[in-house]
Design a protein around this ligand. Sequence first.
Ligand SMILES: [Zn+2]
Ligand SMILES: [Zn+2]
Ligand SMILES: [Zn+2]
Length: 264
Amino acid sequence: MGVNMKQTMEVTILGSGTSTGVPIIACPCEVCASDDPKNKRFRSSILVQDLSSSFRLVIDTSPDFRSQILSNNIKSLDAVLYSHNHADHTNGFDDLRVFYFFNKKKIQCWIAEKYYQEFKNRFSYAFNNTGYQGTTPQVELKTIPEQAFQVGPWKIESFPLPHGNIDSWAFKIGDFVYATDFKNFTEQAFQAWRGKIHTMVASGVRFTEHPSHSSVLETADLFRKLGVKKGYISHLSHEVEHQRDSSRLPKNTYFAYDGLKITV
Ligand SMILES: [Zn+2]
Ligand SMILES: [Zn+2]
Ligand SMILES: [Zn+2]
């Protein structure tokens, strides 16, 4: 362990794939057929764990949530931060209900005010009494405030970033930032966080330009402009072959892969 750093949390990449996941169903390409586990990508999500209190949160509940939780042997969860409402970031929500069987504690879920009602409508059975005798996710749905907010041991900062015609929220926990599904940083987010990020995980999708996502090299350039010490590019499509394309990344920039643990 370095003498200059106090490591306080562990980040696990639960999923590093774009909305389809990799392999893509029925795709005949080389990457989708690859045996390299680093080319097998669940939909994007991370786990953040405080090393002293064991407080755990995930950012987003992907459609692969159940498999992600099982393969990382996660036994309890305290909170969820939602970046935005797209299906690849929310559709695993129902599986939150299982944690309640054993932990008997509601999970706090944070979502932007503009997505709050739509989220409740989409998963209405969890928020209204349907009369059916069965279990539903036991959560406390909260809106992300504009100011920094406390979640367990952390004071979390967040900014909305443009993602096509919608916004996706990026989160800063200590000197770690997770930003997924954005085309670019706003001036406000850039000014607030520049020079203050040690480690960052951000979406990049593919090398070619995308109308609502930052590309791999645009994200690498963003890391440089923000002064990020260690940058990981996630939310990757089948156009990225882990081994082959890693050499195209600048120094201190890496592709994220499922199961990767980063101590911050
Ligand atoms: Zn996405
Ligand atoms: Zn493919
Ligand atoms: Zn999205």
